[in-house]
Design a protein around this ligand. Structure first.
Ligand code: PMP
Length: 284
């Protein structure tokens, strides 16, 4: 495997960053994970738009011209022979002697990796669905920035695993579901309306979420962008999560309560099926 580190393509096993990288010391950096499908980086433009937003929010400069970034992303995918899988990119504020203040000199540091993932694994998972647990929101209020500071997400997802579940939903003090540890949260109401939290309200604006909203519009589905409570989710006709790695993945249990008959819903499965047609149009 090959990784891209600060201007060089290196063997993944030999790839390394400086011990004074601020990403390592302060989580002072941002990242993106893009799905690779049939050799294409799905929704690359949207991922780079979001990267731009995250970088601006933290006053980190682009490490290279955006066009060059696109080429390098594709190059890492190609050099690793990834047809289906993921490409991960991370930009940190750079390397400087440890100090809280922004360094005057440091150039942003970049790491890009890619790996193959067998699409059959997610496809099988979608046939049975996943379980989620709920946990109290304990993150800062700028989770709209895709920062590498993911410790609450790590702990929440580990708690989910230990409870026999695959995702944890962060719940706000008002009882509404915010999002998953690495996904956005959705339900389908009894009358067949898709519901997902507005992206302005304390969540990451998922790229998959945005594309699924377009897919839903194309399928003529009714959508409500509003908060929903855990109780509403447990009583919903369907529930599911979205992310670049799961696309749209049925949720069949929340905190041990089965959703509907405990099997994946039909709406999430049709959204999942329709996703790639729309995503591929976003290549240009
Ligand atoms: N919320 C959080 C906290 C995430 O980490 C992710 C995955 N990056 C998402 C939502 C989903 O975003 P996307 O669809 O862009 O993968």
């Amino acid at each position: 495997r090959i990784a891209y580190v600060n201007g060089r393509y290196v063997r993944h096993a030999d790839a390394a960053v400086n011990v004074e990288d601020r990403g390592y010391q302060f989580a002072d950096g941002v990242y993106e994970v893009c799905e690779v499908a049939r050799g294409y980086i799905v929704d690359m433009k949207r991922h780079l738009d979001r990267l731009d937003r995250s970088l601006r929010a933290l006053s980190i400069a682009w490490p290279m011209h955006r066009r060059a970034f696109e080429l390098v992303l594709r190059e890492v995918v190609n050099r690793n022979g990834v047809l289906n899988g993921l490409v991960y990119l991370q930009v940190t504020r750079g390397v400087a002697p440890r100090d809280f203040l922004f360094p005057a000199q440091a150039a942003p540091a970049v790491v890009i990796t890619a790996r193959k993932v067998d699409p059959a694994i997610a496809a099988r998972r979608a046939e049975t669905g996943i379980k989620v647990i709920t946990v109290p929101e304990n993150r800062w209020d700028r989770v709209d920035i895709k920062s590498v500071g993911l410790l609450p997400n790590v702990l929440a997802k580990q708690a989910a695993k230990e409870a026999g579940a695959q995702e944890a939903w962060f719940v706000d003090t008002d009882g509404t579901v915010k999002e998953g540890g690495s996904s956005n949260a959705w339900i389908v109401t009894a009358d067949g309306r898709l519901v997902t939290r507005p992206a302005e309200h304390g969540i990451l604006r998922g790229i998959t979420r945005t594309t699924l909203l377009e897919v839903a519009a194309g399928l003529g589905l009714a959508v409500e962008e509003r908060g929903f409570t855990v109780a509403e989710a447990k009583a919903a006709r369907e529930a599911f999560i979205s992310s670049a790695t799961t696309i749209a993945m049925p949720v069949v249990e929340i905190d041990g309560s089965p959703i509907a008959n405990g099997h994946p819903g039909s709406m999430v499965l049709s959204l999942r099926a329709a996703f790639f047609d729309v995503a591929e149009k976003c290549q240009a």
